[in-house]
Design a protein around this ligand. Structure first.
Ligand code: ADP
Ligand code: ZN
Length: 295
């Protein structure tokens, strides 16, 4: 069964074809430009692929309320042309197939739950730590939406005593994203994250901030797996540092082995690796076909 997948990122789009086992047989990638050109590329790619459904995991914020007249829109974004853009509607006019639609991070959480690090579990959260910080939430077998959708990157964090960096979030300055996303690392240390040595003090500070948000997530949602992805998490030395800070933050309060002996398999990297986004979109596509069949 051929299912289409679209991973719509702020800098690049990845389109692919896969099946219900999570196998991806083909993909292309192109830069995110003005929506007309970008969507034209998407339509051209899928036009001869004969897909049965399409899943979209996209940058946001987006409207995920099926009852809203603006369902399927990108809502507010500084990206030229994309604000209030009817992304889903435009594709629906061209392809008469069921569509899955969600944030890129909810999609990644779903893909990991179906085929990756949280396979067989009914809950997980997925943080992406890259150009921005996003949080996808899958709880009791459902992706979480609500007023809008989770925005865990903007959780407020307690400042490190020796950190005078003011933060770069345009809304909150020193929220998690303002202190710990890739561009914050670059602004603070005047070097890109991938140029900093594994022993650089940047990583201790990075773990200090990420662990606060992870601890809050554990306390609020009690997920069975925490998955940390995105470019910054390619720095593998962050994992033990984050685990250790999470243990310090919780201080033994939650008495589950996941927070003690088993923490190495509780706070993990995505198993789908750099495929997490596209596989997540594929999973949304597979699900949209299933739910249409069961109607
Ligand atoms: P995006 O968030 O734009 O989809 P990424 O997840 O690759 O893309 O994140 C890009 C950010 O991550 C940039 O700020 C970049 O400097 C940082 N980054 C990418 N690779 C690494 C690395 N190996 N180590 C540290 N930071 C990295
Ligand atoms: Zn913020």
């Amino acid at each position: 069964m051929r299912i289409g997948a679209i991973e719509a990122g702020g800098t690049k789009f990845v389109c692919g074809i896969g099946n219900e086992t999570g196998f991806i047989e083909d993909r292309i990638s192109f830069p995110t430009e003005h929506p007309e050109e970008t969507i034209k590329n998407v339509i051209t790619y899928f036009s001869d692929k004969n897909v049965r459904a399409i899943g979209i995991g996209t940058f946001g914020p987006i409207n995920v309320d099926p009852k809203s007249p603006f369902y399927g829109y990108i809502t507010t974004t500084p990206k030229p042309g994309w604000s209030n853009y009817d992304f889903l509607g435009v594709l629906k006019q061209t392809f008469n197939v069921p569509f899955g639609w969600d944030t890129d991070v909810n999609a990644a959480a779903f893909g990991e739950a179906k085929w990756g690090a949280a396979q067989g579990l009914d809950s997980c959260v997925y943080y992406t730590i890259g150009t921005g910080i996003g949080l996808g939430v899958y709880i009791e077998g459902q992706l979480v939406h609500g007023l809008v959708h989770p925005e865990g990157g903007h959780i407020l964090v307690r400042r490190h005593g020796e950190d005078n960096f003011e933060g770069i979030c345009p809304y909150h300055k020193d929220c998690l994203e303002g202190m710990a996303a890739g561009p914050a690392i670059e602004r603070r240390w005047h070097m890109k994250g991938n140029e900093l040595d594994a022993t650089h003090p940047a990583w201790e500070l990075e773990a200090f901030y990420i662990a606060q948000s992870v601890s809050t997530t554990i306390l609020m949602l009690s997920p069975k797996k925490i998955i940390l992805g995105g470019g910054v998490m390619h720095q593998e030395q962050l994992f033990p540092l984050i685990r250790s800070y999470v243990q310090q933050n919780l201080n033994g309060y939650i008495s589950d082995t996941a927070l003690f002996d088993d923490i190495n398999s509780y706070i993990v990297a995505p198993v789908l690796g750099d495929n997490a986004g596209l596989c997540g979109a594929l999973a949304l596509g597979v699900e949209s076909l299933k739910s249409q069949k069961s109607l």
